[in-house]
Design a protein around this ligand. Structure first.
Ligand code: MGD
Ligand code: MGD
Ligand code: SF4
Length: 752
């Protein structure tokens, strides 16, 4: 769809107006027509707001915020407008197959035929090329029971570790960051910390648009306590900055220098917490070699504020001030998201945020924590905790660790040696392997890779080449174009299952209404498919999702992820419980690793904090130098292109695009460009502007705004008619393999 300049300007105004009411937060309200209310979790972001679904007859009619969950009854606009998504016209309600290959039309068939069609192709692939010829590509939006089950079917049933998913595009750097610093994934803090923090250090997160209800809580805290300081570090002046005391504008991709610069100032001015780091911290270089505190200080000598100014463009005195506010506040809370994770040095950037907390002791007490914001509603609980990635096994275990494999083989009742010692393909490698024919059949669940993978021109070849079976609810998802089989999935409150959000909170969505048409719950689809594909039925002995939860809860017992006390019955009553929670009478944990709070720390432990994630009980401060992004701007491609979200759309807009209020706010993609750059290039608001990268070129209408710093342009990625990922490279972080969606170089010019 193309818009005239006039229409574009009109719609931009609508977007601003709607966002002004939609974010921060709304208490969802509407006509009280519901006959009953069923408890659940919002379908969208990793904030994990509790909802109540109002049901009348056999229909869902209304969504409200759950007053008993952390969101205290509030929902943002898209959360409160979930009902029209359920009843969207393009819901897929029958199984579909393409009999004659990728170019043939999708035809309605019976469940049996669709399942057999997919299963036979998986059997053939395994027979001809072995278990690694098949793969599962999942999602941080899948229910926990679905991800746990798929992980078991593929790793223990098919015997391949080719299990990955969109959390690789999202949280992988945060996972590797926590693992390297603390020895175990998942944060130690919770949203309760928002109510005690006196400094919010928000870096690479547009909290106001991507986690609106959390932003609302920060804004309230600041309003009620004038001593609270908010620092926002972002190369864009987003809506989040409007409550900031200090906005640190810096060149994209230079965070490592900024963070080291802040650490330099903290140590130079002796604002560190010597007692804390002497007791709990060890220092290491990139090769894992131990270093002394003195060596760390010497390493930081390269990051004087003046030097940091040269690298980042941040005035030296701003670096000084930010370091001082962070160190001297009574409780500093860091929040970060994709501006940090989606980077070729995303893991290092995570480590350097942890460093600030570990040298100052801003950790393990109320309000003080490095709290990585999770994007999807169940990336934490469903994928990270269940270990549904190519290198992981459940509850913090690793594929490469023989002992961990043996533990899982014993628990799953399969012979020793069943789980392969070699890691599976991470996402980018998986789609490359599909294009080469090494992976011949893939099962895609609850994600839309044909829209969201980086370097789309390259990676859609994988979808064109491999046999693709997928679950989906909506016909307009781009990946459906490449599907050989589409299994119609029950949507959100048409089925039941657990989500685990940013703060280690597990919460149950209960089934409120029947699945639409012939669609089915995905645990049922996975079990039927696996049986037909030849997986031993003993591996899948479940009647329903509750049985799977029971197994997973039991598996967590005694592990550092212990949530054995979170039974299905408790989840039905409570609006979420935070693990660790080892017994049924345990209320859940706010401050992980803290004696007297975390049940996994013995009450008589000699230290107030026990970092039990690592065998030596210590945490690591890393000496990580600044490194530039993969593709910085240069003379030929002089701008940096960055991509991200808008408040009213969820990723590929297959859901939010169905809601008129949301669609009207953001009907199509655009490019934000700084007024100085626009003036130089003679670009006016609404003009068609070409972005040309080394991969492709595309045209977008311009929004001339000082949101972006000069030299930077921003495009949202929700619009299927303007697949901005065609412009991107697919360079990944060396450790986490997360792509650098935040930075590529581009030419910018007005369309002739
Ligand atoms: P993004 O828009 O991807 O959102 O949530 P966020 O990460 O908050 O990017 C965050 C910020 O990174 C942007 O403001 C951008 O300017 C900044 N940035 C770009 N380059 C750099 C850099 O070099 N350094 C730093 N420090 N910052 C940089 C993402 C989160 O949102 C995720 S992961 C998901 S899966 C969810 N998706 C989602 C959605 O699709 N729509 C809405 N409305 N909310 C969502 N919530 C979740
Ligand atoms: P979604 O739109 O969330 O995007 O990328 P995707 O996961 O690919 O896809 C979810 C799909 O599941 C949709 O097609 C939806 O219709 C379908 N669906 C919805 N509900 C259900 C359900 O109940 N069951 C089933 N089976 N299907 C359902 C997200 C990904 O994008 C992420 S997480 C990140 S962090 C990356 N961010 C990012 C970025 O910042 N910039 C750029 N340029 N690209 C990015 N790509 C990544
Ligand atoms: Fe849903 Fe996130 Fe909005 Fe909460 S903040 S209502 S979880 S989209």
């Amino acid at each position: 769809m193309t818009f005239s300049r006039r229409e574009f300007l009109k719609n931009s105004a609508a977007a601003v107006a709607l966002s002004a009411i939609g974010g921060p937060a709304l208490a969802a309200s509407g006509p009280q027509t519901a006959e009953k209310w069923v408890k659940g979790v919002c379908r969208y972001c990793g904030t994990g707001c509790g909802v109540l679904v109002g049901v009348k007859g056999d229909k869902a009619v209304e969504v409200r915020g759950d007053p008993n969950n952390h969101n205290a009854g509030l929902l943002c606009l898209k959360g409160s407008l979930l009902i029209p998504v359920i009843y969207a016209e393009d819901r897929i309600t029958e199984p579909l197959i393409r009999r004659g290959g990728k170019k043939s039309p999708l035809e309605k068939v019976t469940w049996d035929e669709a399942l057999e069609f997919a299963a036979s192709r998986f059997r053939e692939a395994i027979k001809s090329k072995g278990p690694d010829a098949v793969a599962y590509y999942g999602s941080g939006q899948a229910l926990t029971e679905e991800s746990y089950l798929a992980n078991k079917i593929w790793k223990a049933g098919f015997r391949t570790n080719n299990v990955d998913g969109n959390p690789r595009l999202c949280m992988a750097s945060a996972v590797a960051g926590y693992l390297t610093t603390f020895g175990k994934d998942e944060p130690m803090g919770t949203y309760n910390d928002f109510d005690s923090a006196t400094c919010f250090f928000i870096i690479g997160s547009n909290t106001s648009e991507a986690h609106p209800i959390l932003f609302e809580r920060i804004a309230k805290r600041k309003q009620s306590s004038p001593e609270v300081k908010v620092i926002v570090a972002d190369p864009r002046r987003t809506n989040t900055s409007r409550i900031a005391d200090m906005h640190i504008f810096f060149k994209p991709g230079t965070d490592l220098a900024l963070l080291n610069g802040m650490a330099h100032v903290i140590l130079r001015d002796e604002m560190d917490n010597n007692r804390f780091h002497q007791r709990y911290v060890i220092f290491m270089d990139n090769e894992g070699k131990p270093k002394t505190f003195e060596e760390y200080k010497a390493f930081l000598a390269d990051y004087t504020p003046a030097k940091v100014q040269e690298i980042t463009g941040v005035p030296a005195d701003t670096v000084e001030k930010a370091a001082k506010i962070f160190a001297e506040s009574s409780a500093s809370l860091s929040l970060w998201c994709m501006g940090i994770n989606q980077r070729t040095r995303g893991v290092w950037a995570n480590n350097l945020i942890h460093n600030l907390h570990l040298i100052t002791g801003h950790i393990g007490k109320k309000g003080a924590s490095p709290l990585s914001l999770t994007g999807q509603p169940n990336a934490c609980g469903g994928v990270r905790d269940t270990g549904s990635l190519a290198h992981l096994l459940p509850a913090g275990r690793m594929v490469a660790n023989e002992q961990h494999r043996k533990e899982m083989e014993k628990f799953w009742g399969v012979p020793e040696g069943t789980i392969q010692p070699k890691m599976g393909h991470h996402t980018v490698a998986l789609f490359e392997a599909m294009a080469k024919g090494d992976v011949q059949a893939v099962f895609i669940h609850c994600t839309n890779p044909a829209h969201t993978l980086p370097h789309l021109n390259k990676h859609t070849k994988g979808l064109e080449t491999a046999f693709v079976a997928m679950t989906e609810c909506f016909m307009d998802a781009e990946t459906v174009k490449y599907a050989d089989v589409v299994f119609p999935a029950a949507f959100w409150c048409e089925t039941e299952g657990v989500y685990g959000c940013t703060e280690r909170r597990y919460a149950l969505t209960e089934q409120a209404i029947k699945p639409m048409g012939n669609s089915r719950p995905v645990v049922q689809i996975l079990m039927d498919f696996a049986q037909k594909a030849g997986v031993d039925p003993k591996l899948i002995p479940y009647k329903n999702a509750a049985d799977i939860w029971e197994e997973w809860r039991t598996l967590s017992k005694g592990s550092p992820y212990d949530f054995y006390g979170i039974t299905r019955e408790r989840l039905k009553k409570a609006s979420g419980i935070k693990w660790p929670c080892p017994t049924e009478d345990h209320p859940g944990t706010n401050l992980r690793y803290v004696r007297g709070e975390d049940p996994l720390v013995p009450k008589d432990h000699p230290n107030p904090i026990s970092f039990y994630g690592r065998p030596d009980g210590k945490v690591v401060v890393y000496l990580r130098p600044h490194q530039p992004p993969f593709e910085p701007a240069d003379a030929d491609y002089p701008f940096v292109l960055t991509t991200g979200r808008v408040i009213d759309h969820w990723h590929t807009a297959t859901m939010t695009g169905k809601v008129p209020e949301l669609k009207k706010a953001y009907p199509s993609a655009y490019v934000e460009i700084n007024p100085q750059d626009a003036a130089k290039l003679n670009i006016r608001n609404g003009d068609q502007v070409v972005l040309e990268t080394k991969r492709d070129k595309m045209t977008f209408p311009a929004r001339v705004t000082d949101t972006c710093m000069p030299g930077l342009v921003f495009c949202p990625f929700f619009d299927k008619n303007k697949l901005v990922n065609r412009l991107f490279h697919d360079a990944t972080d060396a450790a986490s393999r997360e792509p650098e969606y935040k930075i590529c170089s581009t030419k910018v010019y007005k369309q002739a």
